[in-house]
Design a protein around this ligand. Structure first.
Ligand code: MLT
Length: 218
C-alpha cells in the first residue's frame, strides 16, 4: 500500500498573537513557544520580561492531547511521534515564512523562546531548518531526535536552560542536546538552575541578560 506523504498546511495556519515592537522597527522578534497545555497568550508576559522592545509572535500548538495544546504528538511522556514531529516542524517553518511576510518581520532577527514542549519543537526547528532562527532560548528542552547529519548552526546562538531538580527532563538529555548544538557549530551556552521543571525568576533574568548581548549578523 502506498501512503501519501502529508503536505503541511501553508500560510498563517497557527492561531497566534502578534505584538508589534514597542520602539524600534528593527528590533528582534521573539517567537514564543508554550509548553503542553499552554496557548498563544501564555508566554506574552515572559516575552516582555525577556525583552522590553521586541516584537512578539506567539502561536498555539496545533495538536490537542486530552484538550491540552501541544506542538507535536507524543506516544508517552518523553516518547515522541517522530513522523508528526517532523511534519509539525516543517509546518512551523512555513508559518514563520508567512508571518515574516504578513508582519514585515526581519527574518534574520528571529529568536525562539521555547518552554518544555515548545523548547523541543524549537530544537527540532534548529535541526531541520537551521537558517530559520538567529538564536534560541530553550527552557527545559529534551533531545527531540538525534539528527543523522548534523546541521550547520555556526552563527546561531543557543541558550539551554535546565533545572537541576527537573523530574521530566533528565540531566543527561540537557547535556546531550548542548553537545549536539556545539558539534553543529552553534554558539551554545548551558545554564543550570536550582529548580524543577518550572521556570524561576533568576533564570528569566539570566536569559534577559543573555538576549541583550546578542549581536545579529546584519
Ligand atoms: C514533550 O512532550 O515535549 C516533553 O515531554 C515536555 C512536555 O511537554 O511535558
Amino acid at each position: 500500500m502506498v501512503t501519501e506523504r502529508r503536505k503541511p498546511a501553508e500560510g498563517l495556519v497557527f492561531v497566534h498573537r502578534f505584538v508589534p515592537p514597542e520602539v524600534k522597527p528593527e528590533s528582534m522578534t521573539l517567537l514564543l513557544l508554550h509548553g503542553t497545555g499552554g496557548d498563544e497568550s501564555d508566554l506574552l508576559q515572559l516575552g516582555r520580561a525577556l525583552s522590553p522592545d521586541a516584537a512578539l509572535l506567539s502561536p498555539r500548538g496545533r495538536i490537542l492531547e486530552n484538550g491540552a495544546p501541544r506542538f507535536f504528538r507524543r506516544l508517552a511522556e518523553g516518547v515522541f511521534d517522530m513522523e508528526d514531529l517532523v511534519f509539525r516542524t516543517h509546518e512551523l517553518a512555513g508559518f514563520l515564512d508567512a508571518a515574516s511576510r504578513a508582519y514585515g518581520l526581519d527574518a534574520s532577527r528571529l529568536v525562539a523562546v521555547g518552554y518544555s514542549n515548545g523548547a523541543n519543537i524549537a530544537a527540532s526547528l534548529l535541526f531541520l531548518h537551521p537558517g530559520s532562527l538567529a538564536a534560541a532560548v530553550l527552557f527545559r528542552p529534551m533531545v527531540p531526535f538525534t539528527p543523522g547529519k548534523l546541521p550547520h548552526l555556526s552563527g546561531t546562538s543557543v541558550l539551554v536552560a535546565g533545572g537541576l531538580r527537573d523530574q521530566i527532563v533528565p540531566r543527561e538529555q540537557t547535556e546531550r542536546l548542548l553537545d549536539l548544538f556545539k558539534r553543529s557549530g552553534a554558539d551554545a551556552t548551558l545554564h543550570w538552575e536550582e529548580s524543577g521543571h518550572a521556570l524561576s525568576e533568576a533564570e528569566i533574568q539570566f536569559a534577559r541578560g543573555w538576549l541583550s548581548k546578542l549581536r545579529f549578523q546584519r
